[in-house]
Design a protein around this ligand. Structure first.
Ligand SMILES: C[S@@+](CC[C@H](N)C(=O)[O-])C[C@H]1O[C@@H](n2cnc3c(N)ncnc32)[C@H](O)[C@@H]1O
Length: 213
């Protein structure tokens, strides 16, 4: 899990597609849809998509309850697809990652971009055995990085509400590149922390820009 400045993240993503008269944005794995909310407030056209209806209840703007591996959307509609907060690490294996990229490439226009962030092995390594607390201390995050299976297990203890366990597949740069290229993308940029400054210590998330060719 990462603390994210969503406004800066959205600025970074929009810079990848430039000024367009009919910009259409698709926020994948949206959860409470931070990007769709910000985009809507800025007068932009965005749709939030999540597989969990409960997550979408907290979202504002256009919402679609669907699986990011089987997008119920027409081809070549969007200029920009987004995915924040290391969501692609919830895809279980490289085949699933490739299948996801293939469907995102289908719904993007040629020249469109998929901008997402992910947890790289270096970050998972620095999170291993760390216990962290949310501001105020109501939530505790404990991490174990299982290097033999490339799985980062995060136990999230919300005081008074019990413990959730998150399992995230940690992909190498070459696994992501292979999946992206075979799905019809060119890798344009791989940059730490959506190009924002970050503190020393725990390694940052990494932001990718894939271009639909
Ligand atoms: C880490 S949360 C990120 C939520 C949001 N993007 C954010 O930055 O806070 C991951 C989200 O992905 C959703 N999700 C997981 N697998 C999915 C899938 N196959 N298709 C669509 N959404 C999925 C979950 O329901 C959850 O809301």
């Amino acid at each position: 899990m990462a603390d994210i400045d969503y406004a800066a993240w959205l600025r970074f993503a929009l810079a990848q597609v430039g000024q367009q008269t009919e910009l259409r944005i698709l926020e994948l794995f949206s959860g409470h849809a931070p990007m769709t909310g910000l985009a809507g407030a800025a007068g932009l056209n965005a749709v939030a998509l999540d597989v969990e209806p409960k997550m979408l209840e907290e979202a504002q703007g256009f919402r679609l309850n669907a699986n990011a591996l089987e997008l119920p959307l027409a081809a070549s509609v969007f200029n920009l697809a987004l995915s924040t907060n290391a969501s692609i690490n919830y895809l279980r294996d490289p085949a699933m990652l490739r299948s996801h990229f293939t469907d995102v490439a289908r719904v993007l226009k040629t020249g469109g971009a998929y901008v997402f962030d992910c947890c790289p092995p270096e970050r998972a390594g620095t999170l291993h055995l760390r216990v962290m607390h949310s501001p105020g201390g109501a939530i505790t995050f404990s991490h174990i990085y299982e290097r033999t299976t490339d799985i980062l297990v995060t136990r999230v203890d919300v005081s008074g509400r019990g413990i959730e366990e998150h399992r995230q597949r940690i992909y190498t740069e070459s696994e992501i590149t292979d999946a992206a290229v075979s799905a019809g993308f060119a890798v344009e940029l791989v940059v730490p922390n959506y190009a924002e400054p970050y503190a020393a210590g725990i390694r940052p998330i990494v932001t990718w820009v894939l271009r639909r060719v």
